[in-house]
Design a protein around this ligand. Structure first.
Ligand code: FAD
Ligand code: NAP
Length: 544
């Protein structure tokens, strides 16, 4: 009850508006636009000093999208898409960030965004039904709706290595890269981590560094992205069809239409047809490879065929045969960790100044004054790059002290793993929405399609509440329990839980091992959330 009293005092002193949005990446920007259209007063808080989210923070060399640029863009405005021309098949980070700034200018978003301001707490005041949001700059705002657009991959994480404070060189995390860039010329550089960020940055860092040592704990499946400049005619065609394409994308499992899934199970394919399918898709580059046959992601046996094909291709890309073997993923099926798309990643290891340290033999013991210590050996470095990933999906949310009814803490509620209804809300937390929250397709999809799906749903919901004079919406325990069970059941019928992935929380010591995204696909999921809305928010309780 002390918390209630505190909240009541806080809301008496605070600025009062209709909605607070936390985060100004793709999700927060679009959410702001939609709520403004409803005529709501909105305040966005963003920790960075500008818009962009992922593309604001991840400025490491080689950073680019892995969903093709023509699909990795907003699809809600014909005017916006016609006013922008992508230059490459996979746009590099600076181009994506320029695009986000272009959208922010076009929609005049910045006037409602408070930058360099981190939300520290959000507490629900049951007496007046308002969320009281506090920031590290001392802002105190009360709002009827609180929308978390905090990102699935925004809590960058450096593992707790002993000795890091003593390291005499510079160290960087890919997810918090200096804006002015880093010049590695003449330096000995250590890169720790070989996920997507490591795999994108290693070839580019190798071009500059005098010596590069890569520390690999798990080898990942990676295939050539096939990046290239876009042809003017394909860009023009896409401008004509984007809105229609986006409609189709929502009807696919991954929110992507640049390739089609072959539905035929592998045992029904003739050997030469199978080989041709795999070759063609490998050459095409990108995620098309995972759609080579119907059961590729369904059974271990079927998956093994594509995995072996990929390993053969990967092996052939590295001349040094010992190193090649170490770079091959052998401990998980293909596709159950995010597939990495690269440009000359494997070939980089044939360069005389690039070394691979396989942490499966010895893990990192500590960071020393001079470098990285592993297997009793000190690898000296002038700079260390941590490509060590994120506290994904829940990290940014739980960094905020979120309290719902009776002062209940979200951190406590999610101690054994996130619990949501549809990935959009959580019982006990009225009028609190998550964009691409755990329990939704989110990171298994083209994220912009999933973001738009959620923002549109939340907008319709807020409209229904405001027009219907309904004070609150809150997931019921029963609906939430059923949804959590459904998400778990679906995941357990797939190969996904077989890898130690960040999807499972496995990259963070002590984090509960729960498969967090919804594996049923954007299309199936979209139908479910639309049906919930059509049944006047079935599974939610609407408060008078
Ligand atoms: P974000 O872009 O992460 O934005 C969240 C924002 O919230 C951040 O700016 C953060 O500073 C802010 N924030 C968080 N907590 C607080 C707080 N307490 N107070 C104030 N502000 C806060 N997805 C794809 O579909 N295709 C891709 O090609 C792709 N490439 C990626 C490449 C990289 C390097 C990474 C890391 C991710 C990639 N993703 C990709 C996933 C990507 O995160 C999403 O596509 C998308 O950009 C997420 O947008 P968002 O607005 O939901 O979150
Ligand atoms: P990540 O996939 O989690 O990779 C982190 C790497 O660091 C892994 O190789 C991990 O090894 C290693 N690591 C973590 N802790 C370690 C430790 N204590 N000791 C040694 N190694 C350690 O993170 P990421 O590469 O930043 O990518 C995260 C996600 O962001 C991607 O999956 C993708 O969704 C998105 N992303 C996309 C792109 C793109 O292509 N557009 C680029 C970057 C990121 P283990 O595997 O053994 O844990």
């Amino acid at each position: 009850m002390a918390a209630q009293g505190e909240n009541a005092r806080a809301s008496a002193q605070s600025e009062q508006i209709d909605a607070v949005i936390v985060g100004a990446g793709f999700a927060g920007m679009y959410m702001l636009h939609r709520l403004r259209e409803l005529g709501l007063s909105v305040q966005v808080f963003e920790a960075g000093d500008s818009v962009g989210g992922t593309w604001y923070w991840n400025r490491y060399p080689g950073a680019r999208c892995d969903v093709e640029s023509l699909e990795y863009q907003y699809g809600f405005s014909d005017e916006i898409q016609r006013g922008w021309t992508w230059s490459e098949r996979y746009a590099a980070q600076p181009e994506i960030l320029r695009y986000q700034n272009y959208v922010a200018d076009k929609l005049d978003l910045r006037r409602d965004i408070r930058f360099e301001t981190r939300v520290t707490s959000a507490k629900y005041n049951e007496r007046n039904g308002l969320w009281v949001v506090e920031t590290d700059k001392g802002d105190l705002v009360s709002a009827r709706f609180c929308i978390m657009a905090t990102g699935c991959l925004s809590a960058a994480r450096i593992p707790d290595f002993d000795g890091l404070d003593d390291f005499e060189g510079e160290h960087y995390h890919t997810g918090g890269w200096p804006h002015e860039g880093v010049d590695f010329s003449g330096q000995r550089v250590a890169v720790i981590g070989t996920g997507s960020s490591g795999i994108q940055s290693i070839p580019v860092i190798a071009e500059q560094a005098k010596q590069l040592t890569v520390f690999q704990r798990t080898a990942n499946f990676t295939l050539p992205a096939g990046n290239r400049p876009l042809r003017p005619e394909e860009v023009e065609r896409s401008k004509e069809t984007l809105l229609e394409d986006r409609r189709h994308a929502r009807e696919t499992p991954g929110g992507i239409i640049c390739f089609e899934y072959n539905r035929t199970p592998v045992e029904e394919m003739a050997p030469d047809a199978l080989q041709k399918e795999l070759e063609t898709r490998w050459k095409q580059g990108g995620f098309a490879f995972l759609g080579a046959y119907g059961d590729l992601m369904a059974t271990q046996e079927a998956n093994q065929i594509a995995a072996e094909f990929a390993r053969t291709k990967m092996r052939a890309s590295v001349k040094n045969k010992d190193v090649a073997e170490k770079l091959l993923p052998v401990d998980h099926p293909i596709g159950v960790k995010r597939l990495c798309l690269d440009t000359d990643y494997l070939e980089t290891f044939d360069k005389p100044h690039v070394d691979l340290v396989d942490l499966r033999e010895n893990s990192i013991e500590r960071i020393s004054r001079k470098g990285v210590v592993c297997g009793g050996k000190e690898y000296e470095a002038d700079a260390i790059v941590f490509a060590t990933g994120f506290d994904a999906m829940t990290g940014a949310l739980l960094a905020i002290d979120i309290r719902g009814r009776n002062g209940a803490e979200l951190r406590e509620k999610w101690a054994a793993g996130p619990r949501t209804y549809l990935g959009l809300g959580s019982a006990g937390f009225p009028n609190l929405f998550f964009i691409t929250g755990p329990g939704s397709p989110s990171v298994l999809s083209n994220m912009i399609v999933s973001i738009e799906q959620h923002v549109d749903w939340i907008t319709d919901c807020v409209k229904r509440l405001t027009e219907g004079n309904i004070r609150s919406i809150e997931a019921t325990r029963e609906a939430e329990d059923e949804w959590v069970a459904h998400v778990n059941e679906l995941a357990s019928g797939t190969l996904y839980p077989q890898a130690n992935s960040w999807y499972m929380g496995a990259n963070i010591p002590g984090k509960p091992r729960v498969f967090m995204p919804y594996t049923g696909g954007v299309n199936v999921y979209g139908k479910k959330i639309d049906a919930v809305a059509a049944a006047d928010y079935e599974g939610f309780q609407l408060g008078a």
